[in-house]
Design a protein around this ligand. Structure first.
Ligand code: BES
Ligand code: ZN
Length: 596
């Protein structure tokens, strides 16, 4: 298949059509005392005839020197700094130049990096460092062409404290090296947002020949128990949509400040410890990150405006994996929870908001603030609708071919639209008219006529909610065998104006405040905040200061802001919690609550 077009990326200063990077040699020293990474990045480049400069993205980097072909210094210029995009970095090339070496160091406050003090880890003895590069933060730790339309292979050498293990989105060590030096190789071309590094007191446990877990020693046993099905997930994914192309699939369980649920760094998914529920109930998140090994990492959104091509396919794929392993009734619960989230997001953004289009326009904005649940759940809903029109067999063949034909390439929404039309819709009479793709891609809200999503297991939850509304005592409700999904659906179904007294009765019967399940807590606390149920105040405080996962924190801070004298409480908790959060969380909450 011919190479896909290189579409302009509003979030990168790079000019890959003129000179593009192909391979990276990274050489970094990790210094916890100064909170810096220092060393060099050497790029192998491909230059179009007559071009005499290379454009890279940089943000908060100190560039000490730039060399061509390993020896000769050349001139470079850092342009005006934009708070979101950083600075264009222009390097002067000489004819025939093949490599550019940048000697540089990062800033202590580099947005991609979170440097944790020992108290912020599970073990409390050693410091910890991790990166989060998506969407446009790779440029805060590597001078690079920071656009998802540009791919490169890489090798790295990383030096750090002897007692800590270093890991990357690449082939990884399984034990400590004596000298504290590690070598990495990623032979498959990846975009910059998948560059990742973590350094900490980490141990490895194998789950199968090609899967395993890295975690702090204190966390490793519970993590291996939680993710026991990892190999089965990879096998199910391969049966659905073709071979896993990245050799190993390992998980790294991070400290609780990790700002996301998961991040699909190739070969090494980063996950939040908040999915260690003890009962394996939150593992769909791992299925999600695994699915990105196809949708996202193999076929990549060309720009952040095309984010739905990454996330929509991934949510659909995630639920197909879960269905294969745990059955349709299980997957249906996830679909209904997803729909609840979708309707909530559309209501929050506004029925007519352009931010509810699948194809986004994020130019001039921080993509991190514009990327919302629409890409995930409206994208998934489009695929569910397609499934109902053409049937599973045809859709599965289409998706398998889509991944195979565009492997290691980037895809934009228009090219996808044409591909879908040609390869699927034109093949099935009436399909295009039924789907009306434009109403999904370039129009707001959720199109009418999409198939209804329902869950048998949730019918039982709704029956219990009904009896409760009719006055049944909590202890008398039929909640036998409920998973955390049923509980979350139950909490979503409680009336908005429930009283503190009613919450107290439910809490006495079901122990929500004491739950160890973060999904349950994050559905429970908004109710307790609204009702002024004081018994939950202290656990809420602990949750907000102990967990850094933005998706959980946002609704809680918003609920606090809306509660009588909640604003003051929100600000005082935030002032205390902020040192525990990653920059992607603090930038959201600084905007919401004001910088303490
Ligand atoms: N790639 C995303 C996380 C992300 C998106 C980071 C945009 C930065 C910018 C990851 O795959 C993801 O979607 N994580 C979700 C979990 C998922 C189960 C919905 C999360 O972190 O909540
Ligand atoms: Zn995702």
């Amino acid at each position: 298949m011919a190479a896909l077009p290189l579409v302009p990326d509003p979030h990168s200063c790079a000019r890959p059509a003129q000179a593009v990077v192909r391979h990276l040699l990274l050489d970094l020293t990790v210094d916890f005392a100064s909170r810096t990474l220092a060393g060099s990045a050497t790029w192998q480049i491909e230059v179009q005839p007559g071009v005499d400069e290379l454009w890279l993205d940089a943000r908060d980097l100190t560039i000490d020197a730039v060399l061509l072909d390993d020896h000769a210094a050349t001139t470079f210029e850092l342009g005006a700094a934009d708070p979101v995009l950083g600075q264009p970095l222009r390097v002067a090339l000489r004819p025939g130049a093949r490599t550019v070496t940048l000697r540089y160091r990062t800033a202590p406050a580099a947005a991609a990096l979170q440097w944790l003090a020992p108290e912020q880890t599970a073990g409390k003895v050693h410091p910890f460092l991790f990166t989060q590069s998506q969407a446009i933060l790779a440029r805060t730790w590597i001078p690079c062409q920071d656009s998802p339309g540009v791919r490169f292979t890489y090798e790295a050498r990383v030096r750090g404290p002897r007692e800590l293990l270093a890991l990357m989105s690449a082939g990884n060590p399984q034990q400590l090296s004596a000298e504290g030096e590690y070598h990495f190789r990623m032979p498959e071309p990846i975009p910059s947002y998948l560059m990742a590094l973590a350094v900490g007191n980490l141990e490895f446990a194998a789950l199968s020949a090609r899967t395993g877990i890295y975690a702090e020693p204190a966390t490793l046993p519970s993590a291996t128990h939680e993710f026991a099905d990892l190999e089965n997930m990879v096998a199910a994914a391969e049966e659905l949509y073709g071979p896993y192309r990245w050799e190993r699939y390992d998980l790294l369980v991070l400290p609780p400040s990790f700002p996301f649920g998961g991040m699909e760094n190739p070969r090494l998914t980063f996950v939040t410890p908040t999915i260690l529920a003890g009962d394996r109930s939150l593992t769909s998140l791992v299925a999600h990150e695994l699915a990105h090994s196809w949708s996202g990492n193999l076929v990549t959104n060309a720009t952040w405006n095309d984010f739905w091509l990454n996330e929509g396919f991934t949510v659909y794929f995630e639920r197909r994996i879960m269905e294969r392993l745990y059955g349709r009734p299980y997957a249906d619960m996830l679909q209904v929870l997803g729909q609840t989230g979708l309707h909530h997001t559309v209501a929050e953004l506004g029925q007519d908001s352009p931010d509810t289009h699948l194809h986004l326009n994020l130019a001039g904005r921080d993509p991190d603030e514009g990327l919302n649940e629409i890409a995930y759940e409206k994208g998934n809903y489009l695929l569910l609708t397609l499934e109902s029109i053409v049937g599973r067999a045809r859709l599965d063949q289409f998706i398998t071919d889509y991944f195979a034909r565009h492997a290691f390439q980037s895809m934009d929404t228009d090219t996808f639209r044409q591909y879908l039309q040609r390869e699927l819709l034109d093949q099935v009479p009436g399909a295009a008219e039924k789907l009306r793709l434009d109403r999904w891609i370039d129009a707001p809200g959720v199109p009418e006529g999409a198939p209804a999503v329902a869950s048998q297991r949730f019918a039982g939850v709704e029956a219990s909610l009904q009896s409760w509304r009719h006055g049944a005592a909590p202890a008398a409700l039929d909640t036998q065998g409920w998973s955390s999904h049923e509980w979350v659906h139950f909490l979503h179904g409680l009336p908005e104006h429930i009283t503190a007294e009613q919450l107290g009765a439910l809490d006495a019967a079901f122990g929500f405040t004491q739950s160890g399940n973060a999904e349950i807590l994050s559905a429970w606390f908004p109710l307790t905040i609204r009702a002024g149920y004081r018994a939950a105040d202290e656990p809420l405080h602990r949750f907000l200061t102990g967990v850094g996962r933005r998706k959980f924190l946002s609704p809680l801070y918003k609920a606090l802001l809306a509660a009588p004298d909640g604003a003051e409480r929100a600000r005082s908790i935030y002032a205390q919690a902020r040192p525990n959060y990653h920059s992607v969380a603090t930038s959201t909450f600084d905007a919401l609550l004001g910088r303490p």
